[in-house]
Design a protein around this ligand. Structure first.
Ligand code: 2M8
Length: 431
């Protein structure tokens, strides 16, 4: 803990550390007690950032534990199941994915068959930057590097469905922003066969049963096709290029180049790849008419209409042209986002008809997306934006605790309590 913290901040810091301790399972961190008892991919990356400030050993263990679930083709699954828990501890559990029947899946561990935003390389580099023992930290990076490069190779080979340098999500869960209004149109266009699975029983009611049913059916299609690359490219009905997912992919590719340099490997292929992603984000996801980034539906080659917090993802691109940075700042400060929210950043444009202040990823403020925009703003030397988001995030957790998500107008906490990434990212912000 830093000596410069005020009394208030010290109390917050200790509460966040206690939350992470309570969610620690012995080898990794449960995303939240009760609701999400397993290890999720991007949760794990965010959590590792917080652990790095509190229990360095656990930060490394967290990432290594996640990569135990990596498939032989490099795919890093979005859930690694805790096999010590009862099978029914979470729906959908291992029985939806049948990873054990897939030749590429690891033995002795059950995983999902989807992936999530590839934050791990960015996080691994940040862990190194805040390490006190440089040698041991470099050794950790050297251990992780082949796993990270395999993860990125899978994405470039299996998920560049549009052959344009970007990666596509094949399921809303892969975005991390599950029921974001951005996916309403492609989800609504699906003609899906019925599934044997009943709509899930979940402690909070969002997303609704119909959406959930579609999520499960989409998984069934992927599973029946053996999660095959050619099926995903040619036949799978859901394929979307999202600006937040691709900006994370780009930032992590830059991080891979730096990690390569640190451990004496060749950074050039990662730098080339980063250039390709940078240009593709601008060429395919920037909408000059409305001055913002939008997701692209590859199945009808159109930009999706709703503007979400994902529009600010490209702030993670260090080479984002300054006129575009200014556009994003104006949009962020406008009445569509921070200008009308007491507790920014809402996850959906407040003026969009689909905006829902209590609707999970359809409007509420989340600590994770706040952290990403804060980090991007710092990278572009935008202290006013960074301070605004820092202040709003601190007010949220002080007022409502480490909740899963928050009402963007009055800061009311919603969803699960003691949510691990909310606690972890507060530790990172305070450090
Ligand atoms: C939520 O996603 C899972 C599906 O993966 C779910 O709703 O069951 C999302 O908030 C996602 O971003 C997050 O990683 C996960 C665990 O916290 O929960």
């Amino acid at each position: 803990m830093s000596a410069r913290l005020t009394g208030d901040e010290t109390a917050l810091w200790k509460a966040a550390a206690r939350t992470l301790d309570a969610n620690w399972t012995g080898t990794s961190t449960a995303a939240s007690p009760g609701l999400y008892p397993h290890q999720w991919s991007w949760d794990s990356a965010f959590i590792s950032l917080g652990l790095a400030r509190h229990r360095r050993d656990r930060a490394e263990a967290e990432l290594l534990s996640l990569f135990r679930g990596q498939w032989a083709n490099g795919m890093l699954p979005h859930i690694v199941f805790n096999t010590r828990l009862a099978r029914r501890a979470f729906f959908p559990g291992p029985e939806l994915w049948h990873s054990e029947r897939h030749p590429d899946a690891p033995r002795g561990v059950h995983t999902s068959g989807l992936t999530q935003p590839p934050l791990q390389a960015l996080v691994a580099l940040r862990l190194h930057e805040c390490a006190t023992d440089g040698d041991s930290s470099r050794a950790f990076l050297a251990r992780l590097y082949p796993l990270l490069t395999a993860q990125h190779r899978y994405l470039a080979q299996a998920r560049d469905i549009g052959s344009d340098g970007l990666i596509a999500i094949c399921h809303p869960w892969e975005s991390g922003l599950d029921n974001s209004p951005a996916w309403d149109r492609p989800l609504g266009a699906l003609r899906l066969p019925p599934t044997a699975y009943a709509p899930a029983q979940r402690p909070h009611t969002l997303p609704n049963g119909e959406d959930y049913d579609r999520y499960v059916r989409l998984v069934a299609l992927m599973r029946h096709a053996g999660y095959r690359r050619t099926y995903l490219r040619d036949d799978h009905p859901f394929a979307v290029e999202d600006p937040l997912v691709n900006a994370i992919y780009l930032a992590s590719t830059h991080a891979l180049a730096e990690i390569a340099t640190l451990i004496g490997a060749d950074p050039a292929p990662h730098r080339d790849q980063a250039q390709r992603i940078h240009h593709a984000i601008l060429d395919h996801l920037w909408d000059p008419e409305t001055g913002c980034f939008r997701a692209r539906d590859l199945r009808d080659d159109r930009l999706l209409p709703v503007v979400t917090v994902g529009a600010f993802g490209p702030l993670l691109d260090p080479e984002l042209p300054s006129p575009i940075v200014r556009n994003l700042v104006d949009l962020l400060l406008s009445a569509r986002f921070a200008g009308a929210a007491g507790y920014p950043v809402p996850t959906c444009d407040i003026q969009a008809p689909a905006f829902d202040r209590g609707g999970y990823w359809r409007g509420p403020t989340w600590v994770s997306t706040n952290w990403l925009v804060w980090y991007g703003a710092l990278g572009h030397g935008l202290p006013v934006i960074a301070d605004l988001i820092y202040g709003s995030t601190m007010r949220l957790v002080r007022q409502s605790g480490f909740r899963e998500f928050f009402d963007p107008f009055d800061g009311t906490g919603r969803g699960s309590h003691d949510y691990a990434w909310s606690a972890a990212l507060v530790l990172d912000l305070l450090s």
